[in-house]
Structures are given as C-alpha cells and as structure tokens.
Design a protein around this ligand. Structure first.
Ligand code: ATP
Ligand code: MG
Length: 550
C-alpha cells in the first residue's frame, strides 16, 4: 500500500478525550474514527489487523470442530422476555420499535437466538455434540463506554455455543474451547492468563476469563506465583488464618456489654477495646429489590458485592441508606446480629473461624464482647462473601497472593440448561427420554483484543505490533524520492516485495525524514526498511525491527 493513496491520516496529537494508550495511539495512527460515544468506524489499518485476528480465530475454531454461522443482530424483544434477560440486561439492552410497533432489540449476545436455532434443528442425541460460532457486531448501551475499543457500545465479538447431551460432553466441549483459546491468543502473539471467573447470577459451575495483563485493564487478577492459582478478584477466594484466641484456648466466654462511646467504625471499636480488628464482626446493610439484608463479616475483611449479589440472586444490590436501616429498627454503627429479627442475615464463613468476637449491641454507644456463632446468633445463609486482596494467603498453597491488572479478552462459561429449559431446546436421549440440551458459551472480544494488544505493546513513540496481527509486515520508508535513482530503487523494492506477497506499507509521500520516521514508529509495523541516497551509495537497504533500539 502506498501511503500517498492510503485512506486515513496520522495525527501529531491525539484528541484530548483519549484516555489510554491504545485509544490515543489508534486515533493518532488514523486507524479509527469515533462516530458516537463508544461507536467507531475502522479505517483500513485497523480493519486489516482485525481481519487477521478474525482469521486466526476462524482457523482455530474450525480446527476445534466448531461450525461458523451468522445470526441477526436485530431480534424480537419477546425472545429476551422468555429468558428474563430483557430485565437482567436492563438499560444496557438497545431497544427499538419497528414500523408495526413491535419491540425489537440489538443483540448484546446470542444465547437466545442460537438456542432457538438449535431447538428447530436438533431432535436426537445423534445430532449432538454441536459447537456453533459467529464473528459479529454486538450492541451494549454500556453505562461508561471508555478507552476507545476497550469498552465500546458497538463492538465485534466471536461468540460460540456448545450443545451436549451429557455433563461429560460439556466438560469435553469446554476443554476443547479452553485449548482453542490458548492457541488463538498464542498465535496472535498475545500471552494471556486463564483465570477463574465469576459466573454471575445464572450460576453455571465453571467459568474462566482470558486476561491480557495491562495497566489500563479494568480487571484485577489475584494469582499465586507458587502454585499457579489465578482468579478474578470478583471471585477469588483465600485462606483465612484464625484470629488469636481471647484466652488460653478457644473456649467461648460469657457475653458482656461494654460502653464504646463514639466508636462507630471497626477501627475505632477495636482501638477503644484494645483488640485486633480480626476479633470484631462488622455488620453491613445492603438492599436489593426492596428487601434489606443484614450482612455479617469478620471486622478485618470487606464484603465482595459480586459474591453477595450471586448469593441473594437479586437485582440492583446496593448499600442500604440510613433511612432503609432505621426503617428496619436497627442502629447503623452499633447494629448487632444478636437478637436481630425481620431481616435476612447473611454471614461470611469467616464468622465461624474464631470466637469471642466484639459485635454491636444494637444500642447507640455500646458493643458486646464474646459473641460466638452459633451460640449467640445465627444466620440465614453462611457462605463465602469476602473480598480477596493482594497479600492474602493463596487458597491452595497459602503463599501470599499477587495482584495484576488486565483486560478481559475472552470468557468461557458452562451454562448448563438455563437457556434450553426456558426455550424448550430438548433432545431425545438413548433411552427415549426427552431432556434439555446442556450448553456452554465462549466469547472473544475481537475489537477489544486489538486495543488490549496495543495497551500491552507500545512505547512513548507509538504502537509495537505483534507480527501476527500487524496490518502490514514491513514499513518501507523512501527518503528523497524526488531523486530518480532513489525513487526507482524504492519503487522497485516495493514492487518486488509485493509480488512475493509480502505485506508492505510504502511511505512514498513527499515528507521529511523526521515526519516519516515518526509515523513509522507510531504505526509500529514489525520491520522498517529504509531506502535513501546514503543507503543507495552503499548499495544497501537499512532493515530494523520496531522493537530494536533506534
Ligand atoms: P465486561 O465484564 O468487560 O463488561 P462481559 O463479561 O460483560 O465484559 P461477556 O458477555 O463475557 O463480557 O462478553 C465476551 C467478551 O466480549 C468479553 O470477554 C470481552 O472481551 C468482550 N466485550 C464485552 N463487552 C465489551 C465491550 N463493551 N466492548 C468491547 N468488548 C467487549
Ligand atoms: Mg465476561
């Protein structure tokens, strides 16, 4: 491609609103143009990279036995009501009306449609297993579109769906996809971490995210350098040491009310009574769907709201307001799990790991010492709702956990029969029984992957494309092309390389060496070739890798 003919211009400066390196660099490189918030047009350079990513994905998906299909983005809302996902997506779902005033949506994902397709085309266990995929635009009215292609409102996703007759079949389909994903990211030159992920309210058993480590990422990954445990902080667990006993042993002591004037926080109560925070229990109030939840957790830990939200399976979980707490007859800051009635009590499993805790007395200015579970209080649910943090002990080997930021570029998920049951996608098994098909789903954010690749591979001068996804392999820079001999040499080299199927971007513009080199650095193609009067005198072409020091 001759740069004099190429559509898209490089910019000296990125627009002020560009937040992260990939956003800035892609705009400066003329790779894309914003059309609306979170909606972009891809210029030829970006499109070439995206096509390369898609081609690698296609090859690996096909090799794993998946078949490519293409489903509509425009879908009837009714289908989304059958699975209750219209409500679950809420304002993220783009809705519209057609001319007959029927409600339609622009699909954020395709479980509903693919399940309907399979329902219509599968009847027997002999038709299974199946894995179907597509590469297509998805629409999500994200509350905060950000950082260019990292979080868009229209973006490209590869989504695949597996259909199996048995749980073991699903396990195999899932494993095949995990392996395909590893191959895809390795072939793109982008090493990712596979981490245990939150599987959301639908609550499939297994779920993994593929995360590309990069500072601009929104995800926090906790991982163990000793045993390899890795999980999204949303879902990570940890080993919790017991707090020190209150006496010579763990014997429960009698409850005792003590005055704690003005001590409303865990830190203040612990300091006032001279106990470590791990010897206190904290009460936190949450509300969801008009219901109040009394959440109890060891004082030195924080609540993981995603785990809590999954536990109570309610929408719109939020910290309760003072009014909501008072309305339930409780005193924030001094609330006690002891004697509490009329609210659902959810306790973190940490409450059972020690004893003789300090808890609120449900009376302004007072706390109780020596509260013990379950002697003094009970809970409706006791489970893991604690937030894991860097430095906490690995749940598997107890080594302190490390923390890394990264971008979620892929997500694999065992769905089970959630969709097939609601939409009636069944098959007849070998014994002649009708059963729901067991499903998995597997996504890769194609456009997000390009942005994440640039987040991970750039320097202060520009992009450093991993070779497999670079728009062109080489950047041919011709200097002083007004001289016939140089022009001929550069044109000749360009023609010869192109004829041999090398992908070359040829800077044949009448610009200065400085402008051309800056643009070559900015566009970040793997190899730079320079034809100039000086090189020509030596009968040579200068060849340099973008990663090499210049
Ligand atoms: P996130 O947690 O980042 O919002 P998600 O978990 O909702 O993503 P999935 O439904 O798992 O996303 O979608 C599959 C893949 O699609 C994700 O792993 C991600 O790579 C990509 N993706 C999701 N939302 C966006 C978006 N708004 N812009 C670009 N890519 C996205
Ligand atoms: Mg996800």
């Amino acid at each position: 491609m001759r740069m004099t003919r190429m559509f898209g211009k490089t910019l000296r400066q990125a627009p002020a609103e560009a937040e992260t390196a990939s956003h800035r660099l892609m705009l400066r490189a003329g790779m894309m143009q914003q059309i609306a918030a979170g909606v972009y047009a891809y210029m030829p350079l970006a499109w070439r990279s995206l096509r390369k990513i898609e081609e690698i994905i296609r090859q690996e998906m096909n090799a794993a036995g998946a078949q490519e299909v293409h489903m509509p983005a425009l879908q009837p809302l009714e289908l989304w009501e059958q699975t209750d996902r219209a409500a679950a997506y809420g304002p993220v779902l783009f809705r519209l009306h057609d001319r007959r005033d029927r409600d339609m949506v622009l699909a954020p994902t395709h479980e509903e449609v693919i399940t309907s397709l399979v329902k219509a085309n599968v009847g027997s266990y002999r038709d299974l297993p199946l894995n179907l995929y597509q590469i297509q635009a998805k629409f999500r009215d994200e509350p905060r579109p950000r950082a260019g292609l990292l979080r868009g409102r229209e973006f490209t996703m590869k989504d695949a769906y597996s259909f199996d007759a048995t749980q073991e079949g699903l396990d195999l389909s899932y494993q095949a996809m995990v392996q395909a994903y590893r191959n895809i990211f390795t072939r793109c030159g982008l090493p990712t971490m596979a981490v245990e992920a939150d599987s959301g309210a639908i609550g499939g058993k297994d779920s993994h995210e593929f995360v590309l480590p990069a500072e601009a990422g929104e995800d926090t990954i906790l991982h163990c350098k000793a045993c390899g445990y890795a999980a999204n902080a949303e879902r990570a667990s940890f080993y919790l040491p017991e707090p020190p006993p209150s006496g010579p042993d763990r014997t429960p002591l009698p409850l005792q009310e003590v005055a704690t004037p003005g001590a409303k926080t865990i830190a203040a109560v612990a300091a006032y009574l001279g106990v470590p925070e791990s010897k206190t229990l904290k009460a936190v109030f949450y509300a969801a769907s008009g219901k109040l939840y009394f959440v109890v957790i060891r004082g030195d830990l924080d609540v993981n709201e995603i785990k809590l939200s999954n536990t109570i399976k309610a929408q719109g979980l939020h910290m309760a307001t003072d009014e909501e707490v008072k309305a339930a007859g409780l005193v924030a800051g001094f609330a006690s799990p002891i004697g509490v009635t009329g609210v659902t009590v959810i306790a973190d499993q940490s409450i059972a790991s020690g004893g003789n805790y300090v808890v609120g007395a449900n009376r302004e200015g007072y706390h109780l010492r020596n509260a013990n579970f379950p002697r003094d209080f009970t809970a409706d649910i006791v489970t893991d709702i604690a937030l894991a943090k860097e430095g906490y002990a690995c749940p598997k080997c107890r080594t302190p956990l490390s923390s890394t930021r990264g971008v979620e570029v892929g997500h694999v998920f065992k769905l089970g029969t959630f969709y097939s049951e609601r939409l009636g996608a069944t098959f007849v098994d070998e014994a002649g029984l009708q059963r729901p098909i067991i499903m998995g789903c597997y996504g890769i954010g194609v456009t997000r992957l390009l942005a994440a690749a640039i987040e991970q591979n750039h320097d202060d001068k520009g992009i450093i494309f991993p070779a497999p996804i670079a728009p062109y392999q080489a950047h041919l820079v011709g200097l002083n092309l007004e001289r016939d001999d140089v022009r001929q040499a550069a044109d000749g080299l360009y023609d010869s390389l192109t004829r041999q199927s090398f992908e070359v971007l040829y800077d044949d513009r009448p610009e200065t060496a400085g402008v051309k080199f800056n643009d070559a650095d900015l566009l970040g193609l793997p190899v730079r070739l320079v034809v100039s009067p000086r090189n020509l005198r030596e009968g040579a072409v200068e060849v340099k890798g973008r990663r090499e020091e210049r």
